[in-house]
Write a protein that binds this ligand. Sequence first.
Ligand code: UDP
Length: 762
Amino acid sequence: MTDNIILEDVKRIVDGLGTTARQLSDQTILVTGGAGFLGKYLVRTLQHLNKHVLDKPCKIVILDNFITGLRGVLEEDETTQVLEQDISKPFTIEGEIDYIMHAASIAAPLMYSKYPIETIDVGFIGTRNLLEIARDKKVKSMLFFSTSEVYGNPDPKFIPTPETYFGNVSCIGPRAAYDEPKRIGETLCMTYYDQFNTPVNIVRPFNIYGPGMRLDDGRGAINFVVAALKGEKIPVYGDGRNTRTWCYVTDAITGFFQVLLSNQHGEVFNIGSDEQEIEMRHLAEIVAGLVQHQDVSIHNVVGPNEAYSKADVSRRCPDLTKIRSVIGYVPKVNLVKGLTRFVAWADETLKKQATTGNHEKCRICNNDDLQLVLSLGESPLANNLLVHGDLDKKEPVFPLDMVYCPKCHLCQLSYVVPPEEMFTNYLYVTSTTQTFRDHFATMAHHLTEEFNLDEHSLVVDIGSNDGLLLKNFNTKVVGVEPAENLCEIARKDGVETFCGYFSEDIVNSIVQLKGRADLVTANNVFAHIGNIQEVAKNVKNMLKPDGVFVIEVQYVLDTITDLTFDNIYHEHLSYFSVMSLKDFFARQDMGVFKAEHVETHGGSIRVFVQKSGGTRPEHPSVKEFIEKEKIAGLDQFATYAAFGKKIEAIRENIRTFVQQAKQQGKSIVGYGAPAKATTALNFYGITGEDIDYIVEDNPLKHDKIVPGVRIPIKSKEAAAQAPPDYMMILAWNFADEIVKNNEPLRQQGVQFVVPSPEVKIV
Ligand code: UDP
């Protein structure tokens, strides 16, 4: 959704440019500040042109020092090169450059007050360096991103402000570190144009806003929207009577490209919107109206620094006559339309941020006093297997620590990896094993009997994978699955599948198309979701009044008892008991009415939930489970601490076994490369030096490499051709199936070893 808004914006920009953009075919474009708010849009526009418009793609070279721009926001592809470079320091660029868009700057008052010297250097020395490159490479056109701040605090007689206005600027005031280098930058541009005929133009943007701004950038529009969405006070600095005009980013970016690609040179153009000069207090009201958060209110406060409190510009509104007549620039997005898009984007982005990164509060009860159970160190993503081309790249690693909440007894990870990193192309295919094929067939059969489902009933499965469970129902079925590769498999098998997360939008679409569900299932997915409150809300919306929600999730009691610590990896954010799930659903106006133990994934629970006021009485199993959990000490930290200690001992045992085997010259091959193998091997420190390769039955994983420890994955044939001494079963939950299916290997003298909780030959 978030990226959809930006993608739609980029399409509009490209549409707005029309055939003008074709000039960029086969050209090289240097973008400075490519990781900044405007820079990112410039780069994405160029990338979109490459994919959809240009006969031959252009080459995009990005320079950024990442002082305020964020790393990781740029998508490198075969046409895009990202270079980390402070452009105020000497540097050279290899090869030809045809166009320069010099957008590197520190534009937000909060940021340039923090980095004044860097702001001066980039505007002054950086611009000089870029002009030298433009001259040396004989570019066709260069664009310098100046600012409306060159006008300072304009005399009201010059509102709207034309390009000819000289400005009312202080060279020593609180805004000078931004304004003055932009002014000397402009002087340099005009001097290069006069002296060397360098084809440069200057643009002066007026308060551009839109998706992709840093949420903490502190500027007017974003601060208002973020405060409103969080239900906080909207901070209006001073009396709020100062005015601005607000230009939505698509209009500005279209204008920048139009100027770059025009036949004008040595010119300066205002860019912005002249639709509505608006007082900040009124902007705050519009934002409050659009967000409609119950707690939102508007407050007049003193600005956070002198740039706002002493040197706040009273009015700002561009005269756009020149750019309209010379370039044909037409701003199209009005304030309310632009703000509406901006709010939608900020809302999605905030939600994402709230559920990823360091996770300091309990997911269920918000307690911030969480206790460390076990630290598995910095670990790679368990299911993101490497391919050979990845081997010379640094692998991303994330903290993997389990913490316990003494209030609601939920165990959870202390760090949440963004879901897109893990679930976009998912290699775990449910139908791979007979165990799961049988399990889901039986489950569908039982649920059909228990809840009297027939061909009129609707079953919706969250995280439906390749559709295995749904195929076993004789009802109407719909799957919801974020991994595109799996959706394709499911659809080919005739299982209607929505590609995406179980979001409000998707639920609304299913309700519209199919009606409400009798049964919603979530197998091995509930622990993977950060914002489980949101899922519960969407499940309530999805279900008929007396519908049932059935969750299957790994059982923390089994993890603790059987020491199956390798279930702990970044995808599994929560480690549930019936006790913690009952507490959670009670807070969501839902009730757990039955619980069962199931064998999958080394021990899981199947928990049945209905909306509050549902007709089903609570089955005795719920109480029984909770009593058993209390006897096992799941409500005490000491139980978890003891578990952590035992895991350390397992590591020692398995390391000793491997060392001894190696000393005896024995060969070891692994069996099964599930996510748990990545966790275990990385924790044990057993690498490709110790285990030659891992055999895997899922062909999607063949020729890939286990991250971190870098052990290659092969098909069974490899082991058949050269049987090893030991076959270490890493997918221990399928140990029986694996041993049974590989009897011929055993006949050839291969010994099958289960590594934990004790090293055992089976
Ligand atoms: N502003 C505000 N509250 C904020 C941030 C900004 O009232 O949280 C006001 C600020 O005082 C200025 C206007 O909004 O009058 C625009 O500020 P911005 O930081 O966007 O940039 P400026 O136009 O001052 O360069």
